[in-house]
Design a protein around this ligand. Sequence first.
Ligand code: ADP
Ligand code: MG
Length: 638
Amino acid sequence: MAVKQFKAESKKLLDLMVNSIYSNKEIFLRELISNASDAIDKLYFKSLTDHSVPSRKEDYKIHLTLDKDNRTITLTDNGIGMTREELEKNLGTIARSGSFDFKAENKAEDIDIIGQFGVGFYSAFMVASRVTVISRAFGSDTAWKWESKGAEGYTITEADKPEVGTQVILVVKESTPEENYDRFLDEYTLVGIVKKYSDYVRYPIQMYREKTRQKEKPADAGEDYTPEYETYTELETLNSMVPLWKRSKGEVTDEEYNQFYKDKFYDFTDPARVIVSRTEGAATYNALLFIPGRAPYDYYTRDYEKGLQLYASGVLIMEKCADLLPDHFSFVKGVVDSQDLSLNISREMLQQDGRLKLIRSSLEKKIKNELNAMKTGEREKYEAFFKNFGRQLKYGCYADYGMHADQLKDLLLFYSAREKKMVTLAEYVEKMGADQKFIYYAAGDSADRLAKLPAAELVLDKGFDVLLLTEDVDEFCLQMLRRYGEKDAEKEFRNVSSGDLGLETEEEKKAAEEKTEANKALFDAMKEALAGKVEAVRLSTRLKSHPVCLSSEGPLSLEMEKVLSAMPGAEGAPKSQKVLEINADHPIFATLQSLQEKGETEKLGRYAGILYDQALLIEGLPIEDPVAYAQAVCELMQ
Ligand code: ADP
Ligand code: MG
């Protein structure tokens, strides 16, 4: 019998297929099952128009058998089958897809067939040393056997097969030191592979499985009867068939969604929100997404991998498709199923795939809308969500040069010192009076301490609210946003420890300027004593009871300096430009003035140093030389 050669290019392709396209050998089963499912689809489709085809949807099935002794895996379907010509055409040429042609011929119909690239079948050679396909096409009296051991070619001979359909028999390769092929002969492994990739194939995938059960207790059994066991085989359907995401929201209970989420994503907490999305058009897909009820323990570490499960027509093609989610929504879990994608698409190809980009941007919008809805409709739940993942949204505002800040800003919450609760920026702005120029905030690590900050107290006393920012990313996030509010009436963010708070009247400003001028010599002397530490020493308009405080000029605040210098490899991190502000109404001010007048420069310098260190302490910043500071204070007390 003549061995037919694969078409020349096919030979090279076959080699490529077996050795490189798939990194994962176990997908061979997914490919064969998908082909079987396609073949059944085709016959079923035919039955809709051709009444000679028995329409018996419930009889359609895929059968799996494992024969350990002979090292074979057999997959049988009762689909449309292949004629001799079709065997030759479809299996003799790699990258030739009968399914693709079928789809092209039946364009108007909405057929959800998986295959289209014509390479999946050959993945069988990754695990099999010989592949035999016995097929009888619908409407044909003869069956044919196609057989191949790989690259050398294939044979086609007549065969005996009473039923219409196709049987694929794989002889599993012998294990080598590099590769354990025997694992595919293990029933549990095989069943696991079916469940993993083909759980939602819409026809039953069945297998006879050996089970044990307790024998019935004989009627005359005595007291000392010990139960006996027997083994039996049972036909088991391995797949669950109906994907939850294809059912409409009304058909599925919350309990089902929650259970699905917990099983699939290994969580023991119910999701905070379930998002069901279905879109037709440029990118057709079904998505079922979840916002977890709590952050995974590794969420804010490098180990966390974002991504959604990607299915093509119900068949898993990627466990974690990172390209489907922007980083700021990396906490979302779920599945996306699209019939536009091919099974055999590789990671690299997917990244380039325009449809995937469309799906991603459509999902992003959907997630954002759902979060907004949760914020307005279920505020408490949203606040809990924000506790878990708000940090990620803030990172999102800051990342990529603020590219996403605009679409994320309304999802943010900050703690309001006046309201004593979390508020959105919109809520803050809404309560601003006409006389309030800025959105004020204080940044540091504890809200309690921040509210008592002299500068924050001053703003609050004026009747303006202050947002208390306690996470290191907060201020960076606001700086990226720069301002917030209605178009043309946007308000800038202003740190209460920064130079100009816009609180003084013109008169107050003028009075302060005059007083500063009058004390210029004192301030110059103090600045000299603090050379390299402060940019300026100034009279303060924001202090009530404290003698001094620090403020900053320029883009970097004191808190941002703290955050940056705490990061790994922070040597040389930029420093804020500090200003030491002095309270002219405080008795200490008089002391300083008198030292200056008496020309006690050395003492004035020492006092300036102590006051500077105190100002640092009030801000929660480290002082350079704690020992020197302690000594200086002790000397004063002696
Ligand atoms: P694809 O599924 O992407 O078309 P494959 O390499 O998996 O590519 O299969 C090639 C072709 O072989 C299919 O398009 C189909 O026409 C045919 N085929 C494969 N398996 C079967 C089967 N079990 N029954 C009928 N036809 C099949
Ligand atoms: Mg296929």
